[in-house]
Design a protein around this ligand. Structure first.
Ligand code: FES
Length: 73
C-alpha cells in the first residue's frame, strides 16, 4: 500500500490495484461481501492485503445502513 497516495485521496481504497470507493461500493451493491470477491468483481486480486480492513469497514457500514432501514409491517 502506498500510504502517502492514499492519504492524498480519501476515495482511494486500494493503491495496489487503483480501486476507488465507488468501485468497492458497486461490488457491495451487487451482493459481494467478502474481500477476495470484491477484488475479483473488480477484475483484480489482493496484493499486499493492507486495504482489507478498509474494504471490510465499507461492507460493515453498508450492512448497518441496510439494517437501519425502516421495516415494512
Ligand atoms: S492496497 Fe495493497 S492490495 Fe489493496
Amino acid at each position: 500500500m502506498d500510504a502517502d497516495r492514499k492519504a492524498q485521496d480519501p476515495t482511494l481504497v486500494c493503491t495496489c490495484s487503483d480501486l476507488y470507493l465507488y468501485q468497492i461500493q458497486q461490488a457491495i451493491v451487487e451482493g459481494e461481501d467478502e474481500y477476495n470477491e470484491i477484488m475479483q468483481y473488480n477484475d483484480t486480486l489482493p496484493r499486499c492485503g493492507e486495504c482489507q480492513d478498509h474494504v471490510d469497514a465499507l461492507v460493515a457500514a453498508s450492512t448497518i445502513q441496510y439494517n437501519d432501514q425502516p421495516q415494512d409491517k
